[in-house]
Design a protein around this ligand. Structure first.
Ligand SMILES: [Zn+2]
Length: 226
């Protein structure tokens, strides 16, 4: 399924919305999740931390938690945000996957960390891929393209300037890790050509313009995110 735009301007995953024990949203340039979520100092790594390890200046690119009322978030402007939920163990994750993090396999590493930490099984997970740069706009030089040969072995054009599909790259990693395709929401809008609703580093090159995505386990008394 595709993620959908809510009346208030967030993007929401239909699959994650079916899970009443969590709240989530992909923010845009015009709508941000309620503040209070944990956020790492993102460095395009494959480093996954528990929300409890998060603090000022702590570096990493994915956060996981099972703690009720604790929201984990990522910030992006073209990079791929992934929100993950395990309905069996009631655990969640937020992942920042730019091209470097994608190459480093951060989606699969987060799934492995969920398994180690909470006992999550990949076949139980629900995943949503948020607004990010599409294959329509993500043109890269051969020095970047060639690195994707392992992910796109069928491509014969990676020795020249070409376009890459980072969502597809992450989707393949999720499927390879064992997440069923029917449990993944994708086809989000392109942040670069999708209009002023989105921030895009490639389009605008403005420092500090980032969109936030967040997910958390809620209790019945927890505030709603949207
Ligand atoms: Zn585009």
């Amino acid at each position: 399924m595709s993620i959908v735009r809510s009346p208030r301007g967030y993007y929401i995953s239909p699959l994650l919305s079916r899970l009443p024990w969590l709240e989530h949203s992909f923010g845009t340039a015009i709508a941000a999740p309620s503040p209070g979520y944990r956020l790492l100092h993102q460095v395009h790594s494959a480093k996954v931390l528990e929300a409890r390890q998060c603090g000022p200046g702590v570096e990493g690119d994915a956060l996981i938690t099972q703690d009720c009322g604790v929201f984990v978030g990522v910030k992006t402007a073209d990079c791929v945000p992934l929100l993950i939920a395990d309905p069996v163990h009631r655990a969640v994750a937020a992942v920042h996957a730019g091209w470097r993090g994608t190459l480093a396999g951060i989606a699969a590493i987060t799934i492995a960390r969920l398994a180690e930490t909470y006992g999550s099984q990949p076949e139980d997970l629900t995943v949503a891929i948020g607004p990010s740069i599409g294959v329509c706009c993500f043109e890269v030089g051969p020095e970047v393209a060639i690195e994707f040969g392992g992910i796109f072995p069928e491509r014969g054009d990676l020795l020249e300037k070409t376009r890459l599909d980072l969502r597809e790259a992450n989707l393949r990693q999720l499927l390879k890790a064992g997440v069923p395709g029917s449990q993944i929401d994708t086809d989000p809008p392109c942040t670069c050509c999708g209009g002023a609703e989105f921030y895009s580093w490639r389009r605008d090159r403005i420092q500090g313009q980032r969109m936030f995505a967040a997910i958390g386990v809620i209790s019945p008394s927890a505030p709603r995110m949207r």
